[in-house]
Write a protein that binds this ligand. Structure first.
Ligand code: TRP
Length: 460
């Protein structure tokens, strides 16, 4: 069954768009850059063989992540509709819209824990500014525990995060999202460079650099390859509909493959710069480069507290982390708001308020599962870990698999080529045939492998 070759009219005549190519690029990059860059990437790279992991990650990004991102953006732009309606409009009466339905569900699931972490980050800006993080390293563990486990403050900060994101999304695609992110991205970069310069000028910084970049091929196992692939999904915000939604706001003249390539490269650069801001300092002050939340919320403040200008740098660092997390959350909320608005014909204000309320409700038990609801365990995990695990390891890879299959097999090659070359306005024929092959064979095979390993059907 072939879908109609003509691009359908927009879902609503007044549908908003990104105003400029640079705005579209900034928003997409703003979605990709997030908490994933600041602790996931550096800690995984450090544990899994440094430069070899970085290389594997780049391969995963180029061979799987980038094709899926291009596919998603293209689906969105052709359909000019939200993540659910996009598939409905391009292939009416077929079950492909379930990709979008699962995507909206994923947006809620990711937001439920992501807003909690973003809330901690916001709280840490306030704490750092007040000087209350400038304490002995062992006291920081207690501060972190208190930050995540109360019954009021974690929720308060989560609601602040939801409120900030909602305030931007409510103002619309061009007037809210595009405008805000275009200002925030340069700020993020400047703040990150400040931290890099400070960290790299510390005595003994080189140990940290080599931790991140010394290649260690002995650490490469299939498990490491799969970790790199999973990270590529989470990092690039693919597999659920965020890119479909943003693609639907892109101009017909936008060069999607080029934009996606720039986003992937810039996002990777930010990950590397984050690693260079973190590890030199960690090693210079004799801390352990251990992974995850404790690196971001305990080690970092401890390290920064013990160096000159530490308080300022701590504020700077958590501010840039908050910016990154906020841009990512905006794209997650927009998936829901676009769908609610177009499905139920709600005004943007109402759709955003509904999404904010729903996210606060879903986020509440997930947030409290680090404290008073810690006793609730599903498959041995508290709600927070359960949602983190389910989205990254199951929902996103499965979503990405079907997106690749959809564009690789359901679309005819001429359709894909017309979509990627803007109807032969761009000379993208080599890119198109490359993407066709990657989406048809390489990406589905690789994603199937990661998925099977995550549910334990492939032992690695
Ligand atoms: N990419 C973001 C990060 O690295 C997180 C994110 C935002 C995301 N939107 C997404 C992940 C959509 C998956 C799907 O922090």
């Amino acid at each position: 069954m072939r879908e109609p070759e003509n691009t359908p009219k927009p879902a609503t005549p007044t549908r908003d768009r990104f105003r400029s190519s640079i705005g579209a690029l900034a928003a997409t990059l703003g979605s990709a850059i997030g908490l994933g860059n600041i602790w996931k990437f550096p800690s995984l790279a450090g544990q899994n063989g440094g430069a070899t992991f970085v290389l594997l990650y780049l391969l995963c990004v180029l061979l799987v992540g980038l094709p899926v991102m291009i596919a998603e953006l293209t689906v969105g732009r052709r359909a000019r509709a939200n993540a659910v309606h996009a598939y409905e409009r391009l292939t009416p009466g077929k079950p492909w819209k379930l990709i979008g339905v699962a995507g909206v569900a994923s947006a809620f699931m990711i937001m439920s824990f992501y807003t909690a972490v973003a809330g901690w980050v916001y709280a840490y800006i306030a704490k750092a500014a007040a000087g209350s993080l400038a304490v002995k390293a062992d006291a920081l563990g207690g501060i972190f525990g208190a930050t995540v486990s109360g019954n009021f403050w974690p929720l308060f900060w989560q609601w602040v995060a939801i409120g900030v994101v909602g305030a931007v999304v409510m103002r619309g695609v061009s007037g809210g999202i595009e405008r805000a992110i275009k200002r925030l991205m340069p700020a993020l970069l400047v703040l990150l460079l400040v931290c890099d310069i400070r960290a790299l000028s510390l005595p003994g910084a080189w140990t940290g650099v080599s931790y991140l970049f010394a290649p260690d091929f002995s650490k490469v196992t299939i498990g490491v390859v799969l970790a790199a692939l999973g990270l590529a999904f989470f990092k690039l915000s693919i597999g659920m509909g965020a890119m479909t939604t943003y693609g639907s706001y892109m101009d017909p003249s936008e060069n999607i493959p080029k934009t996606a390539l720039r986003v992937a490269l810039a996002d990777t650069a930010v990950s590397l710069l984050a690693g260079l801001a973190i590890f030199p300092a960690v090693f210079a002050f004799g801390f352990q480069p251990n992974a995850g939340a404790s690196l971001l919320f305990i080690t970092i403040p401890a390290v920064f507290a013990s160096m000159p200008f530490g308080r300022v740098i701590t504020v700077v660092f958590f501010t840039l982390t908050a910016i990154a997390a906020t841009g990512a959350m905006i794209s997650l909320m927009e998936v829901v708001v676009a769908w609610l608005g177009e499905r139920f014909r709600l005004s943007r204000t109402r759709a955003t308020l509904a999404a904010m309320a729903a996210m606060a409700v879903v986020g509440l038990p997930v947030n409290l599962s680090n404290g008073s609801l810690a006793g609730i365990k599903v498959f041995g995990k508290n709600l927070f870990d359960l949602l983190d695990y389910t989205t990254s390891n199951i929902m996103l890879p499965v979503g990405g698999l079907f997106i690749a299959l959809y564009v690789g097999w359901v679309w005819s090659y001429p359709t894909l080529r017309a979509a990627l070359s803007n109807h032969e306005q761009l000379n993208n024929s080599r890119v198109s045939s490359l993407m066709h092959g990657l989406l048809r064979y390489v990406a589905p095979a690789a994603i199937a492998a990661i998925f099977l390993s995550c549910i334990g059907l492939i032992k690695v």
